[in-house]
Design a protein around this ligand. Structure first.
Ligand SMILES: Cc1cc2nc3c(=O)[nH]c(=O)nc-3n(C[C@H](O)[C@H](O)[C@H](O)COP(=O)(O)OP(=O)(O)OC[C@H]3O[C@@H](n4cnc5c(N)ncnc54)[C@H](O)[C@@H]3O)c2cc1C
Length: 423
């Protein structure tokens, strides 16, 4: 039996700790926060405890569902059919089925056909490796034409990636479309999304109990400063796995080669500013409203209570207004009040029925390193999982190649990494 330290107690570190402990290893799990869960953790919004960032599960999330079954909570998944909206040309449009797509006013018939052909083509690509070699903007212009690119794709890319879209490869689009198709594969092309009753608070409580029962020593509230020669802040281990974002790993892990450091520092991240709003009344009726109009300060509207039973939310409506941004974006220096004012003013323009008197809570989450940008030649520039330092391993979100960031991918990555580490 070896002594393992897993640094970072998000779902990646938790799943790794679970797999290692089940294989009979002695595991200590460190996390800087007071509770495990990282990006998936919950918080309190005027007495309503729900995820700090919106989370949905797809019917096709097989790795996630298998783990939830191990934790005994798979039967508590609830599934709902949701609708998708588009805010374009100053109006909200429903875009939940083929008929609505054909009626979508901002595009002419030719544009629509080119858009549909592009999505269909991307969904049929089996090997995404060649897409890593071409910029997403070049690829979309080629398949959709300049006009459709300018009207639809460019605003969507800018909303999701900011100006970083100019460095992003076409593999990003491939992965996004693959997940979108997975959501619709079952149930007559309807969009079925799920959540566990009680939200991620419930999942994480159960997961933490399971880890403790497996003998994992959980050290929360411990921000690791130094990993050196198998020691975590001076405490010796046989093996150390660092799961925190690449720039944090670069700062904390000592003794890496120049090439390993350059690879860690080369990973580009997007962060998020994500207000949660608790409201008295429904807002749009769509789970997600995509936005193509410039000047709206957030990426999308996520109306969580179109999916989650309002009884879970104290009878209220829960909305997220996420804005994905580069880690050095000036928005990170804005106060909660400044964000609140800008975001609410935009919401009033978009949804005239929205009334500030119905707003019960507004709380802002800020995280600088959320997901890694699939830049050109991404998989060739990745940091290694097993480093040149004996017993030091790096496994993090950056190792999700040709996938979008979601819990299913995170668990799949942890399962694969654990198998490899135990070999
Ligand atoms: C806005 C948003 C929406 C999302 N929507 C969905 C969705 O709908 N469906 C879905 O499946 N997934 C979704 N996800 C993705 C999901 O949250 C992630 O896949 C998952 O949480 C990643 O887990 P992780 O452990 O890799 O990273 P993290 O959760 O970031 O965990 C890293 C951990 O490392 C800790 N740490 C960092 N530095 C140190 C240090 N020095 N010492 C000790 N600990 C440290 C942090 O405290 C953190 O707990 C969403 C994420 C966000 C942000």
């Amino acid at each position: 039996m070896s002594r393992w330290a897993v640094v970072g107690g998000g779902l990646l570190g938790m799943t790794l700790a679970h797999r290692l402990a089940r294989a009979g290893q002695a595991v200590t799990l460190f996390d800087a926060a007071e509770r495990l869960g990282g990006l998936a953790s919950a918080w309190n919004l005027n007495g309503v405890v729900w995820d700090r960032h919106y989370h949905v599960t797809l019917l096709s999330d097989a790795h996630l569902r298998a783990l939830w079954a191990e934790l005994g909570i798979e039967s508590e998944l609830r599934w709902t059919e949701t609708r998708t909206g588009f805010y374009s040309g100053g109006r909200l449009h429903s875009m939940s089925n083929a008929l609505e797509f054909l009626r979508f006013p901002p595009l002419g018939l030719i544009d629509k056909l080119r858009l549909a052909a592009t999505i269909l083509h991307a969904s049929r690509v089996k090997d995404p490796a060649p897409l890593e070699e071409i910029l997403v903007s070049d690829w979309l212009r080629r398949w959709s034409g300049e006009r459709t690119f300018e009207r639809i794709w460019l605003p969507l890319l800018k909303a999701k990636l900011g100006e970083r879209y100019q460095q992003t490869s076409a593999a990003f689009l491939w992965a996004t479309i693959a997940r979108m198709y997975a959501a619709r594969r079952t149930g007559l092309k309807k969009e079925m999304f799920g959540y566990v009753r009680g939200g991620y608070a419930r999942v994480l409580d159960r997961f933490s109990e399971t880890l403790a029962g497996e003998g994992v020593e959980i050290r929360t509230g411990h921000a690791v400063e130094r990993i050196e020669n198998g020691a975590v802040d001076g405490e010796a281990f046989d093996q150390v796995v660092a799961t925190m974002p690449a720039p944090v790993a670069a700062r904390v892990c000592q003794g890496l080669t120049d090439d390993e450091m350059a690879r860690l520092r080369g990973v580009q991240y997007l962060g998020i500013v994500c207000p949660s709003l608790l409201l008295r009344k429904p807002l749009t009726g769509f789970y997600v409203t995509n936005i193509t109009d410039p000047g709206i300060p957030f990426t999308a509207i996520i109306e969580m209570s179109t999916l989650v039973d309002r009884a879970e939310l104290g009878g209220h409506v829960l909305v997220y207004l996420p804005k994905y941004v580069a880690p050095d974006d000036p928005i990170f220096s804005l106060s909660d009040d400044e964000i609140r004012e800008t975001f609410l003013a935009a919401l009033e323009r978009m949804v005239p029925a929205f009334d500030r008197a119905d707003l019960l809570a507004f709380r802002v989450s800020r995280v600088k390193h959320v997901f890694t940008l699939p830049t050109l030649h991404y998989s060739r520039t990745l940091p290694p999982m097993t480093t040149s330092v004996p017993g030091l391993h790096l496994v993090n979100t950056a190792h999700i190649v040709n996938g979008t960031l979601n819990v299913n991918e995170t668990i799949q990555l942890a399962n694969r990494a654990a198998e490899r580490l135990l070999r």
